[in-house]
Write a protein that binds this ligand. Structure first.
Ligand code: ADP
Ligand code: MG
Length: 310
């Protein structure tokens, strides 16, 4: 969507993150899926490159092996790593790095383990004295076994990463990264995005103010939700009022979680039943039975209600 509307409403945030990055800190941009972490990261990198001439390696893979392969590729293509160091043909060392064809080399480099790749990447990064910037989109999948490798990369280069959640047992890596939470879009920004998108795509809407208000409410500050809804709308010949009412996005629906209440209620009923049987209290026994009936019927109705809301 950013391609259509440009990055809207993130000016101050991008500047703030770029400022932190210029201090040489490792950063991790966090927030739910679709909140705009990748979009902001991209803008931050562009901003940094305007002022500083640094080598940036983009790591777009989600899986660990792919991420380390991409780092190797970045170093190879920027001439910071000799092909022979990756156990490639020594003859390639004389080839201009820009002329190396990664598609042909990848299979062979792929034979190296993450440990081997790390052992090559880290010294190459150290040689640049922390001048290399590694943009990792996304670090959510990092597991405890990988922490040591990433820590070694952290010591050798600057990292700016995104993550939508923190997996357990990766605290040692997280401590190294200053966390910056990407907030939801303000309603004003969401409105501006919707307006720009409708204009750019020429989507016909019966009542634009109603439509945009509805979009902003449903998307709940999440640009991906906004993008999904807008993409659906742009497929229509005309977005009329009935279609507007029908549009819903999960991001806009707030769910109430009754699970803890249900667990406590059921536990009390079971407890009361045993107490009644143990003490021979018939009234309590009957009461617990009735309560069970009530709880079960309430649950059925709640469940139906929730089904309708979504
Ligand atoms: N401020 C913004 N203005 C316009 N489009 C945006 C904005 N932030 C995100 N987007 C778009 O919303 C979608 C989701 O953003 P993305 O950065 O991929 O989220 P995340 O990485 O947090 O999952 C992308 O299509 C992106 O281009
Ligand atoms: Mg992303």
């Amino acid at each position: 969507m950013k391609l259509i509307t440009g990055l809207i409403g993130r000016e101050d945030l991008v500047e703030q993150i770029a400022r932190e990055a210029r201090k040489g800190r490792h950063l991790i941009l966090t927030g739910p899926v679709g909140i705009g972490k990748s979009a902001v990261l991209e803008a931050v990198i562009d901003r940094l490159l305007l002022r500083q001439n640094r080598t940036v390696i983009h790591v777009g893979e989600q899986q660990a092996k792919g991420q380390f392969l991409e780092m190797a590729r970045g170093l190879l293509e920027s001439g910071l790593l000799k092909p022979s160091a990756l156990e490639l043909d020594e003859g390639l060392d004389a080839v201009d790095p820009a002329a190396l064809e990664w598609v042909k080399l990848k299979r062979q480099v792929n034979r190296l383990s993450i440990r081997d790749l790390c052992a090559v990447i880290v010294p190459a990064l150290h040689e640049q004295r922390g001048q290399v910037l590694i943009a990792v989109d996304d670090l959510t999948q990092v597991t405890p076994t990988l922490v040591a490798f990433w820590l070694a990369v952290c010591d050798a280069a600057q990292i700016i990463a995104c993550a939508s959640a923190r997996k357990p047992n990766v605290a040692k890596l997280w401590w190294k990264l200053a966390e910056i939470e990407i907030p939801s879009l303000t309603p004003d920004s969401a409105r501006a995005i919707a307006q720009s998108y409708l204009q750019q795509t020429g989507t016909l809407v019966e009542s634009p103010p109603l439509f945009i208000a509805h979009l902003v409410q449903q998307a709940n500050g999440n640009p991906q939700a906004l993008a999904d809804l807008l993409a659906d709308a742009s497929k229509e010949r005309l977005v009329d009022k009935r279609k507007i009412r029908e549009m819903r996005h999960a991001a806009g629906v707030r769910y109430l979680d009754f699970t803890p209440v249900m667990i406590v209620a059921l536990a009390s009923i079971v407890g009361a039943r045993y107490l009644a049987m143990g003490t021979g209290d018939t009234e309590l026994y009957i009461f617990a039975g009735m309560l069970a009936a009530v709880v079960i019927s309430v649950r059925v109705f709640l469940f139906r209600g929730a089904g309708r809301a979504s």
